[in-house]
Design a binder for this molecule. Structure first.
Ligand code: KIV
Length: 302
């Protein structure tokens, strides 16, 4: 497989050619390398790291520093995949200039090739400015996790006609502002199909049905590592969580039994390192010689 980095132009061409885009999240170099080897076209350093890496209940606590840190690691691991870094909650909503600077950090310090942000029409000006400044932007519509409280939970969006029309308008506004792709999360397939047909830029679905131009999954979900709760839209393509638990259990058994490390895992010196050494006896002030040891209780090498 070619090691040439996938660009936003490649992704647009893939839609035009009817070639589906495979996107997956990663948060460190090891998983990024695996995603790259597996052929992922895009790796998202998602703010989902707040949940799967940091153990938080939602994504709201994630900072720009967190994303910069994890993006650096991912970029070191991935040679081919396009790396897109998420803009965390309140790093772009309050102030246009701060938003530009934060997005810039994800490219300058993190090494990402583009950024992703949640929301539609309300961010069209920001998207336009970022793109004009040389920062490619991926949009994110539908179930936008940073709005979990406004949505009243992680709920499918766009089920009613009013909502669906707004999401379509948002998608068109993002395209017009220069976004190169849009994630559609948690929307009915009937809506994602219409949006995908209406746009010339790729749609990438998660819980949005099969008609999007590509799909994205959180890597911990697709590998079956995060299995306390498995949402309807997730397919576990492996069960690494149970495998990991079993492996750690087997390791513990061998540690306790003294069978690990075995000879195969053990290093040996090239020459004799220590010779038996003369020993020195220590007088024990409490011992009056009753045991025939003459008041001596220990020997140590000198
Ligand atoms: O943060 C994330 O992982 C995401 C994907 C679910 C699209 O935004």
């Amino acid at each position: 497989m070619s090691k040439k980095r996938v660009t936003v132009t490649d992704l647009r061409r893939m839609k035009a050619d009817g070639e589906r885009i495979t996107m997956v999240t990663a948060y460190d170099a090891t998983f990024a390398k695996l995603a790259d080897r597996g052929g992922a076209d895009v790796i998202l350093v998602g703010d989902s790291l707040g949940m799967v890496i940091q153990g938080q209940e939602d994504t709201l606590g994630v900072t720009v520093d967190d994303i910069v840190y994890h993006t650096r690691a991912v970029v070191r691991g991935a040679q081919r995949a396009h790396v897109v870094a998420d803009m965390p909650f309140m790093s772009y909503q309050a102030d246009l200039q701060a938003a530009m600077q934060n997005a810039g950090r994800l490219l300058k310090e993190g090494g990402a090739q583009s950024v992703k942000l949640e929301g539609g029409e309300e961010h069209a000006e920001l998207v336009f400015k970022l793109v004009r400044s040389g920062i490619p932007v991926m949009g994110h519509l539908g179930l936008t996790p940073q709005s979990v409280h406004a949505m009243g939970g992680f709920k499918v969006q766009g089920k009613s006609r009013d909502q669906a029309e707004q999401i379509l308008r948002d998608a068109q506004a993002l395209e017009a502002a220069g976004a190169y792709a849009i994630v559609l999360e948690g929307v009915p397939v009937e809506l994602s199909r219409v949006i995908t047909e209406a746009l010339s830029i790729p749609t990438i679905g998660i819980g949005a049905g099969v008609d999007c131009d590509g799909q994205v999954l959180v890597i911990y979900d697709l590998l079956g590592l995060f299995d306390e709760f498995v949402p309807k839209f997730v397919k576990q393509f492996a069960k690494l969580g149970p495998d990991a638990v079993a492996a750690i259990g087997a390791y513990k058994e061998e540690v306790q039994a003294g069978t690990f490390p075995a000879e195969a895992h053990t290093f040996h010196a090239k020459e004799v390192l220590f010779r038996p050494r003369p020993v020195q006896v220590h007088p024990d002030p409490q011992d009056h010689g009753e045991d025939g040891m003459d008041g001596l209780y220990g020997v140590v090498p000198v």
